[in-house]
Design a protein around this ligand. Structure first.
Ligand SMILES: Cc1cc2nc3c(=O)[nH]c(=O)nc-3n(C[C@H](O)[C@H](O)[C@H](O)COP(=O)(O)OP(=O)(O)OC[C@H]3O[C@@H](n4cnc5c(N)ncnc54)[C@H](O)[C@@H]3O)c2cc1C
Length: 361
């Protein structure tokens, strides 16, 4: 009997694990992606899909990385669309942001201050007078279509996928990783990458300090048709090309609870109607919640761990859809032993000294 082996195992089939599997496959590596449930059903499916790299809203240490990823998006989507036949609905109409007071500085290059008349011209359905408004040249994408495209593209490129397999721990020998252990079996590879999102800290021996940060959202359809993403201090609205409008989102510390709460959904819906009164007539399609992978400093955890052969790419919190292309690119570089194109020092797993004693092999 020949035991099947791979060059690398990726744990977690969200947008981060899927994008990385494609990047590593392009470099010729044989990849097994091990997913506890079905790929793309957790945070990556729940996201709004705004690609926000605006300096006023992005942590300073993340900004260059976020801007790099935003610039990579057209090519990233183009490739996925070509290989999968699925359109991730990349939209470039931009964002109108209502900032309380003068919180936004109009001297920030990507922000253009708007006069009330200009706001009404850009988006006639908006209610008048919501305070100072700015226009941002931002894009958005449909994360459901994006993960479906990434999954199909990964399969098309020959990534092996094991669904319904929860990794419980690493397989270790002499302090190096040799594979992963699941409830059913053991998979072997000299490289393992933890892309398990909010659950990344549950795989021993490294307890990465990721935590679930719940976000509830709803979607509506019908009139009005919005062109731009709209953000206020209460709520954001993200239009899709098929006429749906997403309304979100809460940011809650609620453990691994993914239930929605009718009052909270109602409050967000009402806030959206205050911004765009005609939304009162739109039909509510669905509501849902997802768990963002949060970290203590709101920055991702990327790179080599203290265990030889073991890498991590997680903790993308509110920006994992945006950061998928650049994360896949630099993580594949680091794993291949190349110098990454961006400085990853701020995202090093070493900043959290929470490694358990290595389990006996
Ligand atoms: C409401 C909401 C709105 C958002 N809006 C935006 C936005 O507008 N823009 C943006 O950029 N980001 C947004 N985000 C954030 C974004 O969704 C996340 O940062 C991103 O999806 C994280 O991707 P991931 O692959 O790390 O995690 P996930 O998509 O959660 O994937 C992790 C995968 O790992 C699997 N897994 C877990 N444990 C194991 C195990 N032991 N073994 C095997 N598999 C395992 C899970 O089943 C899951 O499929 C939003 C998130 C939410 C919830």
């Amino acid at each position: 009997m020949t035991l099947q082996t791979w060059d690398a195992i990726i744990v977690g089939g969200g947008i981060i694990g899927l994008s990385l599997s494609i990047s590593m496959r392009k470099r010729g590596a044989r990849i097994l992606l091990v997913e506890r449930g079905e790929p793309g059903r957790e945070a990556s499916r729940a996201a709004a899909g705004m690609l926000v790299d605006f300096p006023e809203e992005t942590p300073a240490l993340l900004q260059p990385f976020a801007a790099a990823s935003a610039a990579m998006y057209p090519e990233f989507v183009h490739e996925l669309k070509d290989e999968s036949g699925i359109n991730p609905d990349l939209r470039g109409q931009g964002t109108i942001v209502f900032a309380p007071g003068e919180a936004y500085k109009s001297d920030h290059a990507p922000a253009e201050k708007l006069l009330p008349g200009q706001v009404a011209q850009l988006e006639p359905a908006l209610a008048a007078s919501h305070g100072p408004a700015f226009y941002l040249k931002e894009r958005s994408v449909d994360p459901r279509a994006l993960v479906a495209a990434a999954l199909k593209a990964a399969r098309h490129r020959g990534v092996d996928i094991s669904s319904g397999s929860a990794v419980t721990e690493l397989l270790l020998c002499d302090g190096r990783v040799e594979g992963v252990v699941t409830a059913k079996t053991t998979y072997r590879a000299p490289i393992v990458v933890n892309c398990a999102g909010a659950w990344a800290g549950q795989i021993s021996p490294h307890r990465f300090p990721t935590r679930p940060v719940k976000g509830q959202m709803l979607s509506v359809v019908g009139q009005p048709v919005l062109k731009h993403v709209i953000r206020s201090d209460e709520v954001y609205l993200v239009p899709r090309s098929d006429g749906r409008i997403l309304i979100g989102a809460t940011v809650e510390e609620a453990g691994f609870d993914k239930r929605t709460d009718a009052d909270t959904i109602h409050r967000m819906h009402q806030a959206a109607i205050r911004l765009v009164p005609a939304l009162e007539r739109a039909r509510v399609l669905e509501d849902w919640a997802g768990l963002r992978p949060g970290t203590p400093d709101d920055l991702p955890i990327l790179g080599a761990t203290g265990t030889a052969g073991y890498f991590v790419a997680t903790g993308h919190f509110r920006n994992g859809i945006l950061l998928a292309p650049v994360t896949a690119h630099v993580t594949a570089q680091v794993i291949a032993g190349a110098k990454p194109d961006y400085d990853l020092a701020a995202f090093s797993p070493e900043r959290f000294q929470q490694t358990e004693a290595l389990a006996p092999s």
